[in-house]
Each structure stands twice: as C-alpha cells, then as structure tokens.
Design a protein around this ligand. Structure first.
Ligand code: NAD
Length: 394
C-alpha cells in the first residue's frame, strides 16, 4: 500500500516559480525552483477508504491534494510505510522538502532522521500535536513545524466527555455482558456512579481542555479544576466556574476524574507516573486523549489492577500502532472493568478530517506562495518555538 507517483508537469508549473526568500539563503533569493518533493505519511485506509472518500487522512485518499500538487508540478509521495531504514519514509526523507504526517499514524522525525533530511524545510501535522517531531532538533536545523490548530479540538473534547461517562457509569462491562447473553444488573451497578457531584480536573486548559470544561458545566459536577502553567483568562475561567490548582500532586488528590489535555514534551513525558498515581484519590478515573507517553504505561496498568484507579480510557498510546500485546489493550480493574481504550481516532472523525485536510492545504499554499502562516498554527517558526504550549522556555 505504498503510493509512489511522480508529479506531472502542468503548463502552469513549467513556468519558473520564484522561491520564497524565507526558504533560501539571502544570496539565493532570486533563484527559481523546479517542482519539490512532498512526502506524506498517512494511515492505511483499506476497504473503508475505497468506500468512503471522506476518509481524507488515508494513503488512499491522500488528503485530497494530489491533483492540486501535481498541477503545480510537485512530486507527491504518499505512504504508510514508516518503520526502519528500508521504509519508504526513510528512503524519501533524505531529499523531501516538505513532510506531512498525522498524529494517528505518525512518522517519527527523530534527531537522527533530521540529520539525514538534508532538504527538509517544513513539517506539517495534519491534525494537532507535533510531538512526533524532535522539536529541539528542528529548531537547531531551522525546520519549521506547523499544525492545523483547532481542527479537531471539538472532536477530542466530545470523546473525553464520552470516555469520562463510560468509565464513571461502568459502560464497557455492561455492554460486554449483554453481548455475552448475560444479565446481572448488580455486577455492573456495584461500580457505576453518576458524574454529578464529582470533582473533575484537567491537566492542560488549552483549546481541548477548555472545551472539555465547557461541556462539563451542565453535568453539575461538585467542582471543576485545572492545572496549567498558562492561566486561563479570568473571564474564561469564570464562565465555566473552574478553579486553578498550582501543585500537581495537590491537584490530583482533589479529583475524582482527571483528564489529560496537554501536549507531549520534555515536561510532560511520564508526568503521570507511579509516584503521582499514589497521590490520586483511591478509585479515581483517568482519561488521556492527549498522548500515550504522558502516562507511564506500566504504572497505569498496575494502578488499575490494584484498584488505585477505577478506570483508564483514551485513544493514544506510547507507540502507534500499539503492539498486539500492549497491556493497555486488556488491563482491568479488580472487578473486571475500567478499560475504555480505543485506537487513536478521537481527532479523526470525518468532520475533523475535512478540517485538517483543508488546513494542511492552506499551510502548504502559504508555504508555496511565500505567504505568512496563521500564527496559531506555528509550533516552530524560522527562529524557534512560537507556541507557549510545549513547555516553559526562556
Ligand atoms: P493547546 O496548545 O490549545 O493547549 C495545550 C495546553 O496544555 C496549554 O494551555 C499548555 O499551557 C498546557 N500545558 C503544556 N504543558 C503543560 C504541563 N506540563 N502541565 C499542564 N499544562 C500544560 O492544545 P490543544 O489543541 O488543547 O491540544 C492538546 C493536545 O491534545 C495536543 O498537543 C495533542 O497532543 C492532543 N490531541 C490529541 C488528539 C487525538 O486525536 N487524540 C487530537 C488533537 C490533539
């Protein structure tokens, strides 16, 4: 399922294109460029993608930008083959100028890959979350990193609310019981609660975290809390009635439900580890749709097994695709429930795909036409970090 095609030169593309001065050394700013190599690493859509053309983020449907890129004379290589030195990704990254990838099937752009990628100027995330790129290495090599900010934040916030409810209400074992042909209400009800009256807290109160808080308001929770080094504007905090807690251990010790909504970076990798889990309320529920590696895989499985956590749900994994024997697939609480794990899809609903495909095209268009990018999409610009969301920096 590797899609390799050379871009055909259209008459428009045969006329020379002035290269953007931001992509060239100043002395070369009058140089004209031929078609460039654009590499996209997307997930395999299989039969579903053949039947459903709105699955835009797949290798089959290619973000819907092939005709446009080819009409401009560019070479567009699309693949899902991303692991190992023989992969299509590693073969083409050495001279690609643009890399597009999604967080759902990420091409991991390590420091080592960046060293090899001599021609790489811009990494575009078709979606939100650019931790698959070694951002510090990108800064050093002046590689820009952009994402389609906001494109799937409602999609994820809705998934968070669903995940909180399915854990608190003990939904998954109840449904499994029905499929098995059994009917024993007390086995489910013994671990089912209402969300009303519970304390819910978000680690990270950015676009997704805030939308989660907004959606929680009608549930009449006892209290809504947040932990984030960036404070919400006072008006925004007031609108949802959320209280900020400065210390993370103090924060988790007050929550019945914790939802993780911050990016993965040096300051959040393994943030929810065995030590922090000890400070959670006994039997708390944890939802993580941000990035798998923010939570320590084995510590979470252990906390669920011991009943320190009553449930863990999310769609993000420390490695994607997750290996068949990944413990998060099958881990359970002592009553045999509490697992709400699904593959990484909360931010790739058909609605979201339409938005991030359009956003990717618009970032590419700006790049190709040397127009300024939307500031909110820039994670790494030509002179370094332009976001405040990837850790506290000088
Ligand atoms: P955002 O930039 O709007 O908000 C992130 C917030 O996290 C910011 O307020 C930032 O200050 C805060 N933060 C950063 N480090 C922190 C830390 N150490 N402790 C507490 N807060 C911290 O981003 P967003 O649009 O809300 O997205 C957040 C993340 O969600 C993305 O980076 C991505 O990893 C993940 N995401 C997942 C999916 C999915 O499909 N599962 C889709 C979209 C985004």
């Amino acid at each position: 399922s590797t899609y390799l095609r050379r871009g055909l030169l259209s008459s428009a593309a045969r006329s020379p294109r002035l290269l953007s001065s931001t992509r060239l050394a100043p002395s070369l700013s009058q140089t004209y460029a031929a078609g460039m190599k654009i590499l996209a690493v997307l997930y395999k859509g299989g039969e579903a993608a053949k039947q459903e053309s709105r699955l835009l983020g797949t290798v089959e449907n290619q973000l819907g930008i092939r005709p446009w890129l080819e009409s401009l004379g560019h070479e567009y290589i699309v693949t899902d083959d991303k692991e190992g030195s023989d992969s299509v990704f590693q073969k083409h990254i050495v001279d690609a100028e643009v890399l597009i990838t999604t967080p759902f099937h990420p091409a991991y752009v390590t420091r080592e890959i960046i060293e090899k990628a001599k021609n790489l100027k811009i990494c575009i995330t078709a979606g939100v979350g650019s931790d698959h790129v070694d951002l510090n290495a990108a800064v050093e090599k002046h590689i820009q990193v952009l994402e389609v900010s906001g494109s799937n934040v409602v999609s994820v916030a809705e998934h968070v609310i669903m995940s909180i409810l399915l854990l608190v209400r003990n939904f998954v074992p109840a449904h499994e019981m029905i499929e098995r042909g059994d009917w024993q209400v007390s086995d489910i009800a013994r671990n089912a609660y209402d969300l009303e009256g519970k304390v819910v807290g978000t680690i990270g109160a950015g676009r997704i975290g805030y939308r989660v808080l907004q959606r929680l308001v009608p549930f009449n929770c006892k209290e809504l809390l947040y932990y984030d080094y960036n404070a919400l504007p006072e008006e925004a905090a007031k609108a949802v009635g959320v209280r900020r807690v400065d210390d993370l251990k103090d924060f988790v010790s007050q929550c019945d439900v914790v939802t993780v909504n911050c990016p993965l970076h040096e300051g959040t990798r393994g943030l929810v580890n065995a030590d922090l889990l000890k400070h959670f309320k006994k039997g708390a529920w944890l939802v993580n749709t941000a990035r798998g590696a923010i939570c320590d895989k084995d510590a979470v499985a252990e906390a669920l097994k011991s009943g320190q956590l009553s449930g863990y749900a999310g769609d993000v994994w420390n490695v994607q695709p997750a290996p068949k024997d990944h413990i998060w697939r099958t881990m359970k609480n002592p009553l045999g429930g509490g697992n709400g794990m699904v593959p990484h899809y909360s931010g790739t609903t058909l609605d979201a795909q339409q938005r991030y495909a359009a956003g990717t095209k618009s970032i590419l268009e700006n790049y190709l036409e040397n127009k300024p990018q939307e500031p909110q999409n820039i994670i790494i610009g030509l002179s370094g970090y332009e976001t405040k969301a990837y850790g506290v920096r000088k």
